[in-house]
Design a protein around this ligand. Structure first.
Ligand code: ADP
Length: 265
């Protein structure tokens, strides 16, 4: 068994974050076929005794495809309104996908303030434990309709890391549009090398690049490394992998490559 398959086999409580690029199809609509396939794989894992919490992006994409006439509106209130519409569509699609397998879902919308307040944190933790104990799949997203810049978490990688820590998860899996962490951005450097195991994140940060003009810290990969640093410091390993093509199944079987961020001894 490879490292990723071993991490999944050993974990009982798993947080899985799915990025917008993975959830949306080429037209920018929610890819229901992906959701259905994902729910099927998740249900299988749950039937083997695993507990899952999902962090799902995609509210804005779902909103845009529902309210296409708003596509050009850049006003913050329209963006938030789009998320209000899209969140319903997104959760509707998740509900239908899991219902087929006899599973209920529960929606949790969070902002940064929620993680800074000890009473709210305790309530969130209790709700997560109750939902999972009752066999329900919690689906977390940032509450974009109330999230003005000052109170936004800003990206679901951080939200997923904080949720994994809050729930005392055994493993965090980030599903993205990339196979894992490379020494350079593979979209600019096709020969970039995939780093399959990372045990020292700060040292790794100094020897990889995000390529092009985007400096380290602005690219999408930076928040994934920050998420890894956060969870690993709490003893939770993280896997970064491509979300397409029955990824959960393939990762668990050890047939798909990715990056495993390991907890030091
Ligand atoms: P998601 O929407 O799944 O959260 P992001 O677009 O935020 O994903 O981040 C993933 C992107 O980061 C990749 O598509 C890739 O182009 C870019 N990237 C930049 N540098 C690297 C690197 N060193 N290794 C992997 N991906 C990188």
């Amino acid at each position: 068994m490879n490292t990723i398959a071993t991490l999944i086999a050993q974990a009982r409580k798993i947080v899985i974050k799915i990025g917008s690029n993975t959830l949306a199809d080429s037209n920018g609509c929610i890819n229901e076929a992906f959701l259905n396939e994902f729910a099927e794989q998740a249900a299988l894992l749950i039937s083997t005794g695993k507990q899952l919490v999902l962090v799902s992006s995609g509210a804005q994409a779902a909103g845009l495809s529902t309210m296409s006439k708003w596509a050009r509106k850049q006003d913050i209130h329209y963006k938030q309104a789009l998320c209000a519409v899209g969140q319903v569509e997104l959760m509707g699609a998740w509900r239908r996908a899991f219902q087929v397998h006899g599973l209920h879902i529960g929606q949790i919308l969070l902002t940064r303030d929620d993680f800074g307040d000890s009473i709210r944190t305790l309530n969130m933790r209790n709700t997560l434990f109750t939902l999972v104990d009752e066999g329900i799949v919690p689906i977390i997203n940032e509450n974009d309709t109330v999230g003005v810049e000052e109170i936004k978490i800003g990206d679901n990688d951080t939200l997923a890391a904080q949720s994994a820590i809050l729930w005392s998860a055994d493993l965090l899996i980030l599903l993205s549009d990339i196979d894992g962490l490379y020494c350079e951005n593979p979209k600019d450097h096709p020969d970039a090398v995939l780093l399959e195991e990372v045990s020292n994140i700060s040292a790794t940060k100094t020897c990889i690049s995000t390529g092009g003009t985007s400096s380290f810290g602005t690219g999408g990969i930076a928040t994934k490394l920050d998420a890894a640093e956060q969870v690993v410091s709490y003893g939770i390993p993280m896997i970064l992998a491509h979300g397409g093509e029955r990824a959960l199944e393939a990762l668990a079987a050890g047939t798909q490559r990715g990056t495993a961020f390991l907890v030091g001894l």
